[in-house]
Design a protein around this ligand. Structure first.
Ligand code: NAD
Length: 249
């Protein structure tokens, strides 16, 4: 395996997990940037090809601006920056760097996305079922609903014609039939649990993904880092996930 030096943006829960597994993918960590040593031009002292960002939503745009200036490819694991997506896309296109982003880098969740897509395609033909999403995360999470929950909601909305919009707040009165309800609980140290429920008067179908540790996210992000090395363009991990499976474990 070719050795590709990387840097980590963020040394929190995900940064620590990436550090544990990076060597296994021949991705030596040249530098770690965080709140004490932010990802600023003057703090870049070593060479690396790919940066992996697990920081905070409001930092992502500036991180991409600097990566574009320095010709560094990026894996964005941070969630909650959708408002900057188009600006980020044009920076990437103008600069010619490569960036892969994903609401959830876990292989298990990518498989779950595909199962939910299949469920949604079939539910579109079966009016008897209503559908909703609930997600649990630890109490340090800053965004709600989770990026992954919103990705699941998009999959359902895109395939089920009778669901027209996403209702992300607690509903205090009767919910509109064409709203897809997504709700969140913040609880203790839950790594991330997502439940998609389809309910009819005669049965209930649940698809549940329950992350036990952060390792699954880290391994997916490291595979994505190997995959994006040397590429140009803006990619959603969901679209290239199958290709990253060819990166050896
Ligand atoms: N896409 C995925 O698969 C996935 C999985 C887990 C977490 N996440 C997301 O990743 C992000 C980080 O999660 P986490 O659990 O590691 O969070 P965390 O709070 O443990 O870590 C955040 C990190 O950001 C750093 N930081 C804060 N201010 C900074 C600054 N000004 N410059 C540089 N770094 C700064 C902190 O030092 C810390 O290391 C969140 O957005 C979370 O939703 C995504």
């Amino acid at each position: 395996m070719k050795t590709i030096p990387i840097s980590l943006l963020g040394s929190g829960a995900m940064g620590a997990e990436l550090l544990l597994h990076a060597e296994r993918y021949a991705l030596p960590v040249a530098s770690v940037f965080d709140i004490n040593t932010p990802f600023l031009e003057e703090n870049i002292t070593k060479k690396f090809s790919v940066a992996i960002d697990f920081t905070l939503p409001h930092l992502v745009l500036n991180h991409i601006k600097l990566a574009a200036k320095k010709g560094i490819n990026v894996v964005i694991g941070t969630t909650g920056w959708a408002e900057h997506k188009e600006e980020i896309r044009s920076i990437i296109n103008d600069s010619g760097i490569g960036v892969v982003y994903g609401s959830n880098f876990s292989i298990g969740m990518q498989i779950t996305f595909r199962a939910v897509k299949e469920l949604a395609t079939l539910l579109n033909y079966v009016d008897e079922y209503d559908v909703a999403i609930h997600e649990y995360h630890h109490t340090n999470k800053v965004d709600s609903p989770s990026g992954t929950g919103l990705s699941l909601a998009s999959i359902l909305i895109d395939s089920i014609d009778r669901k027209k919009n996403i209702e992300r707040n607690t509903v205090q009165e009767k919910i509109a039939k064409d709203s897809l309800h997504i709700t969140s609980t913040r609880l203790g140290s839950v790594v991330g649990k997502h439940i998609v429920t389809a309910d009819s008067s005669f049965d209930q179908i649940e698809i549940i993904h329950n992350a036990k540790t952060r390792t699954g996210f880290a391994l997916g992000a490291l595979r994505a880092a190997r995959w994006i090395d040397g590429k140009k363009g803006f990619y959603n991990f969901e679209d290239i996930f199958e290709e990253t499976l060819q990166v050896n474990d």
